[in-house]
Design a protein around this ligand. Structure first.
Ligand code: PLP
Length: 309
């Protein structure tokens, strides 16, 4: 189910103009949150990152944050999905033809809910992904700020296609200094001697990445955000990736070499379990039905709630 041009419609009917800057120039930002067992996970953090990306791109959200939450909840509710991949997109929109001035465009908000999708399939999640470290560099952060969630994916897609040709299931990108960055839709972590590290720059600051950091701090697991040289990934005790599209997923082969004896390691397994356990915790998640009851005006949530609905 989608919300576009101010209305809900089946996803296959949701269409944008071919003149939208989002299509013609990848001039857009987006965010993806998931719903698991009818609860949004870390919704406020996703909305916060979305509005921060919007500001950095000098776009304007045409609805309030509370209205946005209700639109997302309606998309999920109307789709009938219990587990969903929920995307919000703000494109630059269209300008009067033939203007090439982005300031003339009217920004375009699109939201949708589709079935939950995983970066790694079930077999890969059980035994760990087999990845390569691509020699294609991620777009430099000096060119496109990776903390703005964006559709500049040509480097990812070319690296992925090359990785598939070589028999790998996914790829990790590097920067110009021999450090790893991230992969198509995920952040990367390594574990060395019980300590967890993840790259400090050239990456989207993933909500799942932050959740992993929070869980490490809570459980007394040493965690560092620092440059991570490619070689450290090949020799690490454990490697895992993190994403809204699948949570914490083990990597057990890098460039053909085995990691953790080719089995998901203990730190990865512990974090994976803690991550999924948090999905029912009200401090980390909110029910779709609760957002619908609250409505676009948050005050409507207090006092007069009809709990029987
Ligand atoms: N890096 C990139 C480039 C992504 O597109 C994503 C998610 O789609 C991530 C990292 C992981 O971010 P999150 O944990 O917020 O899903």
């Amino acid at each position: 189910m989608a919300w576009i041009d101010g209305d809900y419609c089946p996803i296959e009917e949701a269409k944008i103009s071919v003149l939208d800057w989002g299509l013609l120039r990848s001039d857009a930002t987006y965010d993806v949150v998931h719903v698991w067992k009818n609860r949004f996970f870390q919704l406020d953090r996703h909305i916060e990152r979305f509005t921060s990306s919007i500001e950095k791109l000098r776009l304007k959200l045409p609805v309030t944050e509370q209205e946005l939450k209700v639109i997302l909840a309606q998309c999920v509710d109307k789709s009938g999905l219990n587990d969903a991949y929920v995307e919000m997109i703000l494109t630059r929109g269209t300008s009067p033809v033939p203007s090439r001035d982005p300031r003339d465009a009217v920004n375009n908000l699109i939201c949708f809910a589709i079935p939950f999708g995983w970066i790694a399939n079930e077999e890969q999640r059980q035994r760990g992904l087999h990845v390569s470290i691509s020699d294609i560099q991620r777009i430099a952060p000096e060119s496109v700020d990776p903390t703005i969630k964006n559709y500049h994916w040509l480097d990812f897609v070319q690296a992925l296609l090359r990785g598939y040709d070589d028999g790998y299931e996914n790829v990790i990108m590097v920067d110009g200094r021999g450090n790893i960055t991230e992969g198509p839709g995920f952040n990367v972590f390594i574990v060395e001697g019980g300590a967890v590290s993840t790259p400090s720059s050239g990456v989207l600051e993933g909500i799942t990445r932050q959740t992993v950091i929070d869980l490490c701090i809570e459980t007394g697991t040493p965690v560092e955000v620092m440059p991570v040289a490619s070689n450290r990934v090949r020799t690490a005790d454990e490697v895992f990736i993190s994403s809204t599209a699948g949570g914490i997923m083990p990597v057990t082969r890098v460039d053909g070499g085995e990691i953790a004896g080719a089995n998901p390691g203990p730190v990865t397994r512990r974090l994976h379990e803690a991550y999924w356990n948090r999905h029912e915790d009200p401090a980390w998640s909110v029910a779709v039905s609760e957002l619908l009851r609250a409505g676009p005006d948050p005050d409507a949530a207090t006092g007069s709630r009809d709990e029987s609905r």
